[in-house]
Design a protein around this ligand. Structure first.
Ligand SMILES: Nc1ncnc2c1ncn2[C@@H]1O[C@H](COP(=O)(O)OP(=O)(O)OP(=O)(O)O)[C@@H](O)[C@H]1O
Length: 254
């Protein structure tokens, strides 16, 4: 980190997809520590926002990372600056082993932080020869986060890590995110508010392609009316992901 400014700064991001104005001037900053949670109802533009940061969709506006303007940089150059991305579908290779999944995530040049990955997630070392497709949903998420931690990243972007996971597995994933965030700041797209409460310091809420709230996550979550207004859920009703989406071991079902 070069200075006291924000780690990530998005200013007036606009994205059009197939003629639809999806992001309509999204601006937010993210501090250099902890978890910043990107919240909002389905379809409000959370994934599009992280794709815009990464240069995965054409966008207008300005993005600065660690003080440098990365707006015009291609995705590979943005990632090489130290941004690890864990997409919603996790992006792991089911037929490859845990060790192989880590190996092919190595970005050149190193260093490759196997020490950190195995310290935070010892289970990945124990299961190194296991095909990733046979891991539980929570273990797969650990592997996906481990892949992002393997490289010397200064920011992790993790998109809906608990989507489709049973509540028991959600707790494992919350642990994994919290452990990762002790080392590397995390921008977390998440709808599970119990996980957000557990890990997030700051919250940025989107609605219809605009930022409608920023501030400490705990303040927002303590305000039931505001949560209902912005997220359309009561906090008590929020967390439970549908158990039917995973089998009893937390493996995703088709
Ligand atoms: N490739 C695409 N083609 C057409 N429309 C798209 C595309 N990608 C996103 N959209 C639309 O853009 C809007 C925002 O989508 P986005 O995935 O960013 O929302 P989100 O907040 O991440 O939602 P969710 O929580 O459901 O993942 C949605 O209306 C979506 O249908």
């Amino acid at each position: 980190m070069t200075g006291a400014g924000p780690l990530l700064e998005a200013a007036d991001l606009n994205v059009w997809i197939e003629g639809s104005h999806i992001l309509q001037g999204v601006s937010f900053t993210m501090p250099e520590r902890g978890v910043t949670s990107l919240l909002g109802r389905n379809g409000v533009g959370k994934t599009t926002t992280v794709k815009a940061v990464l240069g995965l969709v054409p966008r207008a506006g300005r993005i600065a990372f660690d003080g440098a303007d990365i707006t015009a940089a291609p995705t590979h150059a943005i990632v090489a600056r130290g941004i690890g991305y864990v997409p919603e579908d996790r992006g792991i290779f089911a037929a490859l082993t845990v060790a192989e999944n880590l190996r092919i995530a190595e970005r050149r040049p190193g260093p490759h932080r196997y020490d950190l990955v195995h310290e935070l997630f010892p289970e990945l070392e124990r299961r190194r020869d296991q095909p990733a497709g046979t891991l539980s949903g929570g273990q797969q998420q650990m592997l996906a986060i481990g892949r992002a931690l393997l490289n010397d990243n200064r920011l992790l972007i993790v998109d809906e890590p608990t989507k489709g996971l049973a509540p028991r597995i959600v707790r494992e994933v919350a642990d994994a995110v919290a452990r990762a965030a002790e080392r590397v700041p995390v921008l977390l797209v998440e709808q599970n508010l119990s996980l957000v409460r557990r890990v997030a310091g700051d919250a940025v809420v989107l609605d219809a392609g605009r930022v409608v709230h920023t501030g400490p996550a705990a303040d927002l979550l303590d305000d039931a009316d505001r949560v209902r207004e912005l997220l359309g859920v009561s906090r008590a009703a929020a967390p439970a992901a549908p158990a039917a989406a995973t089998d009893t071991e937390g493996r995703p079902t088709p």
